[in-house]
Every structure is written in structure tokens, then in C-alpha cells.
Write a protein that binds this ligand. Structure first.
Ligand code: 4LM
Length: 400
């Protein structure tokens, strides 16, 4: 690359995650952005306050909709995902509900993939339906079923990829193409991949959602959510969804924690992905393993799609043992380093049992129909030394 090209190319992802939107010179030289621990903001004059409320003057009014620590976080997340604007929320559920309540009206239809995080499933099928919104399900790994279910009333199409808990991978560009025919907005939950591994907006999605609780934060010490999209959609989600429907604002302190997490996002995802692949390869060969689902394995049914859509495959693995649910429970109980806990994307390696934990809300029949078997386990490979993770899993498997 010539010196000229080097000067003109955009900054890399980690550089933007560390520096974008903040200049220490504006804050007494403080290297780290200050936490603006305030709920409200003083108006210079009565007229200035009124102008801000009318949207005629820029500035901060009240912490439910905007705070300077949050603004830095939002600018960074918009840049990392390649969107015009972003909004931080108190949790992933806060992000999903703030977006859906601002986009959907009674009579509208939302079409969602049938495999999503349990409470997201409950939100669509049990909460939104109480308000006259029609929710349809389809198997998004088979785009023809999406084409069958979508129609003029479909306002929103929603899916996760890779999907929770079994890592099914969905063709973002393919679904966006189908949705464009009826003008439906495509909302992708990018929690499992993060912008380091996959950028849905570049593939035709309109909105990206995150549970920032997971990889973005990365240390298991906060809940948070992120919405990224066009300036118009994010404005609508903030001015209606966040401001007077959910009130699910991220606190200034948690904005700071999330900003700190973002600084190491790329380097952490590299390690999560390398260790994830090593653990998946070990499990794949182990005689007690009946099935394994990791998008980075050549045996994964959608491996080619995963390779096209993602730059690496992250730390999540789903697998079944050859002894059903009892053996799965026994394995969990024999682990010494790997921690029994829901959530994912943390420094600690975590294991959980979707049928009785994150996806218990589905009900047995629905789980069976949606490929979440009773014995399925979900492993979130952390940042410990990979040999220690492998040793712990092997000693637990061998003892079964
Ligand atoms: C879990 N997940 O799976 P908050 N989107 C995805 C998720 O996995 C989650 C949320 C949204 C788990 C929580 C216990 C793909 C959550 C919801 O938990 O509200 O930040 O995100 O273990």
C-alpha cells in the first residue's frame, strides 16, 4: 500500500473501537471518557430549553434519552456496524422491545425465525400479540418458507444468526432480498457474531440489535443492549420506543463499562474464535458426542454460507451426547473449570442446558419442532487457556 493509500483508507475496527468520537483535549486530557453521572442537564436560558424540546437546538435535556457518555458509545457502535446511528439500551430485551414498539402497529405482521433466544420468542409470540400485532414463524434457513409467509402486511422480519441456541446460520442477503419485495424492514440480532465477525447492514439488513450483555461487554459484569440502523429508524426508536414506551435507558456507568469492553472486542473475538474451533474439533471426535453444531466445522450443514457471511465463527458450540438429557446433566455437574451459567460471550467458559434454562419458555413440543432437543447443551468458550478448557471437558466426558 502506498503512503497515499494508507492515508486515505478508513481506520480499522479496533482503532475506531478505542478512539472514535472522543478527544482527551476536550476533557482536561483524560485518556478515558468521563462518566457523566447526571440524570438531567441545565438549560442556559428558558428559551434554550424550549428550543431543545422542539428539536430546534442541539444539546442534552434529560438522561432517559441522551447522555454524553452514551453518545460516545453510540457513535462507536454505529461505526463498527456500518450504520448511520445507534442507540444504547438497558438490556438486549430493552433494545428489541424499544425497536418493535416503535415500528409496529395493531394489524401489522412480524415474521420471525422459529429459533431465537427464549425471551425474544416469548416477547414476539406472547407479548406483541396481546396488542393486535400478528406474529408469524418460519424456518429462515429455508428461504422458500419465508417467501410463503411474507406479505403486504409484513412490516418487520426478525432473526438471529447464528441463532440461539443451536447456531443455525441464516442467509442475511437472501432474506433481505425477499423482504425488499414487500418493503418489510429486516432486523437482525447480531449478538452471537458481533460486528467483528459479521456486519448485517452491509448485507442488506435495516437494523442490527445486540444484547451488549454478551461479547460487546465481554466480562459478565453488565446488562446492555444496542440498536444500529438508519438515522430515521434510530430516531423513531429513541423518541417513541425508548422515551415513552420502554424507558429502557443504559445508565452512564454501564455505558462506560461497555466502552471499556469494546476496546478489546476484536482481540477477544479472535481468541474466542480460535479456542471455539479447537474445542469444537475435540468434541467432534469424542466418542460420547452424538451431534455437534459449530459453524466453523467443515461438517456443519451451512458451513459454506457461514464462511461467506462471517470472518470467523466465535465461541459458541451446541452439542448432544449419546445418553440424552441425563448424561447432559451429569456432564454439566462433572465440570470443574467450565461454569454452569446462562449468558455467553464472557471471559469465563459457560455451559447451560437450553431445554430447562434459556429456552424453557418454548414448551416441549415447540422445542422439538424447532430443533432444540431435550439433551442439547450450549457451551460459550471463554478466554481461559484453551488447554485448560479442553482438559476440563475431556475429564468430564471420560468420566461419564
Ligand atoms: C442467553 N441471551 O442465551 P439481555 N438476543 C440474544 C440473546 O442471546 C439474548 C438476548 C437477546 C441469554 C440470556 C440469559 C441472541 C440473551 C437478550 O439478556 O436482555 O441483555 O439480551 O443465555
Amino acid at each position: 500500500m502506498s503512503g497515499h493509500d494508507r492515508r486515505n483508507r478508513p481506520q480499522g475496527l479496533s482503532t475506531r473501537a478505542i478512539h472514535l468520537g472522543y478527544d482527551p483535549a476536550d476533557h482536561e486530557g483524560a485518556l478515558t471518557p468521563p462518566i457523566f453521572m447526571t440524570s438531567t442537564f441545565a438549560f442556559e436560558t428558558a428559551e434554550a430549553g424550549a428550543e431543545m424540546f422542539r428539536g430546534e437546538r442541539a444539546g442534552y435535556i434529560y438522561g432517559r434519552t441522551k447522555n454524553p457518555t452514551q453518545t460516545i458509545l453510540e457513535e462507536r457502535m454505529a461505526s463498527l456496524e456500518g450504520g448511520e446511528a445507534a442507540m444504547a439500551t438497558a438490556s438486549g430485551m430493552g433494545a428489541i422491545s424499544s425497536v418493535m414498539l416503535s415500528l409496529l402497529n395493531p394489524g401489522d405482521e412480524a415474521l420471525i425465525d422459529h429459533t431465537v433466544y427464549g425471551n425474544t420468542f416469548a416477547y414476539f409470540t406472547q407479548a406483541l400479540t396481546r396488542f393486535g400485532i400478528v406474529v408469524k414463524l418460519a424456518d429462515f434457513t429455508r428461504p422458500e418458507t419465508v417467501a410463503e409467509q411474507i406479505g403486504e402486511k409484513t412490516k418487520v422480519v426478525f432473526f438471529e444468526t447464528p441463532a440461539n441456541p443451536n447456531l443455525r446460520v441464516i442467509d442475511i442477503a437472501g432474506i433481505a432480498h425477499i423482504a425488499a419485495k414487500v418493503g418489510a424492514l429486516v432486523v437482525v440480532d447480531n449478538t452471537f457474531a458481533t460486528p467483528v465477525l459479521q456486519r448485517p447492514l452491509e448485507l442488506g439488513a435495516d437494523v442490527v440489535i445486540h444484547s451488549g450483555t454478551k461479547y460487546l461487554g465481554g466480562h459478565g459484569d453488565l446488562l446492555s443492549g444496542i440498536v444500529v440502523g438508519t438515522a430515521d429508524i434510530v430516531k423513531q426508536a429513541r423518541q417513541t420506543g425508548l422515551r415513552w414506551m420502554t424507558g429502557a435507558t443504559l445508565s452512564p456507568f454501564n455505558c462506560f463499562l461497555l466502552l471499556r469492553g469494546l476496546k478489546t472486542l476484536e482481540i477477544r473475538l479472535e481468541r474466542h474464535s480460535a479456542s471455539g474451533l479447537a474445542v469444537a474439533r475435540m468434541l467432534e471426535k469424542h466418542p460420547k458426542i452424538a451431534t455437534i453444531s459449530y459453524p466453523g466445522l467443515a461438517t456443519f450443514p451451512q458451513h459454506d454460507l457461514a464462511k461467506r457471511q462471517m470472518s470467523a465463527f466465535g465461541g459458541l458450540i451446541a452439542f448432544e451426547l449419546d445418553g440424552g438429557i441425563d448424561m447432559s446433566m451429569a456432564l454439566m455437574n462433572r465440570l470443574k473449570l467450565v461454569t454452569r451459567a446462562v449468558s455467553l460471550g464472557d471471559t469465563e467458559t459457560l455451559i447451560q442446558h437450553p431445554a430447562s434454562m434459556t429456552h424453557a419458555i418454548y414448551g416441549a413440543e415447540e422445542r422439538a419442532r424447532h430443533g432444540i432437543s431435550d439433551g442439547l447443551l450450549r457451551l460459550s468458550v471463554g478466554l481461559e487457556n484453551v488447554d485448560d478448557i479442553l482438559d476440563d471437558l475431556e475429564q468430564a466426558l471420560d468420566a461419564l
